[in-house]
Design a protein around this ligand. Structure first.
Ligand code: KIV
Ligand code: NA
Length: 275
């Protein structure tokens, strides 16, 4: 069955945990969809794990559209959420609505996600008024890496923790249907989850959240430049991929691949005449 914002609302009510993973292409999205993942996030983490940038700041609307379209074509049941990239919404509410609209209309996403709390509530409200569901994202918001002075856990101090609780309530009041909590202490994330009626989706925020999200290259061991503490390796596909690539190179090198079974026939009479 298709996951929708209603599924998210009911999951929170019924205390059913929501699973979300990132995907950036058709084949991977299709596998996740078939595995029963509730939501697929076309994250702007795309910039780092697919495009090789050092952070997410260079990701463009065109990048997001390109990959959102690919993911949407692979998905039947998961809710497709597309990230609004840096500077696609920050400058004005007008930008926010137009670019959110593009991710839905051209990208075929079901919802958008944007980083920020109360500062971006007017943006969230306006997008929601355009009938586009918004997932908010607070805590460690990677598009603010320069403002933060690096990637680190948020909300450990009293003032910061209080502010995060207020931000969560603010994005809920602005109409967000869910909120990502990134890199905040587990007990604070649990408190926030109990303080609002929309589902919290945690990444590095402990098991008191209403759902979880991971970057798929992290959880499969495919992206290994660095591994944050909150990542669990559900597989070591990276090593398996490398081993397969090596075997392929070897078999091409020694002529073992392709074998007859991977090749196409032609009749003896024709090939003999061609010689
Ligand atoms: O871009 C991304 O992958 C994200 C998740 C980590 C929440 O925003
Ligand atoms: Na993101």
């Amino acid at each position: 069955m298709k996951n929708t914002v209603v599924t998210f609302k009911e999951a929170k009510r019924d205390k059913i945990k929501l699973s979300m993973l990132t995907a950036y292409d058709y084949s991977t999205a299709k596998l996740m969809d078939q595995a029963g993942i509730n939501a697929i996030l076309v994250g702007d983490s795309l910039g780092m794990v697919v495009l090789g940038y050092k952070d997410t700041l260079q990701v463009t609307m065109e990048d997001m559209l390109h990959h959102t379209k690919a993911v949407a074509r692979g998905v039947q049941n998961a809710l497709v959420v597309s990230d609004m990239p840096f500077m696609s919404y920050q400058a004005s509410v007008y930008d926010a609505v137009c670019n959110a609209g593009r991710l839905i209309k051209e990208g075929q996403a079901n919802a958008v996600k944007l980083e920020g709390g109360s500062t971006f509530c007017p943006h969230i409200r306006a997008i929601v008024e355009a009938s586009i569901p918004v997932m908010a994202h607070i805590g460690l918001t990677p598009q603010s890496v320069n403002a933060f002075g690096g990637f680190r856990v948020q909300g450990r101090e009293m003032e910061e923790a209080r502010k995060l609780i207020e931000e969560a309530k603010a994005v809920e009041a602005a109409g967000a249907f869910a909120v990502v909590l990134e890199c905040i202490p587990a007990r604070l994330a649990k408190l926030i989850s109990e303080s609002i009626s929309i589902p919290t989706i945690g990444i590095g925020a402990g098991n008191g959240c209403d759902g979880q999200v991971l970057v798929y290259q992290d959880m499969l061991g495919v992206f290994t430049d660095f591994t944050p503490k909150f990542v669990k390796r559900f597989s070591d596909l990276g090593s398996q991929m490398k081993a397969a690539f090596q075997r392929y190179a070897d078999e091409v090198g020694n002529g073992e691949f392709p074998a007859a079974e991977h090749s196409f026939e032609i009749s003896d009479s024709i090939i003999e005449k061609l010689y």
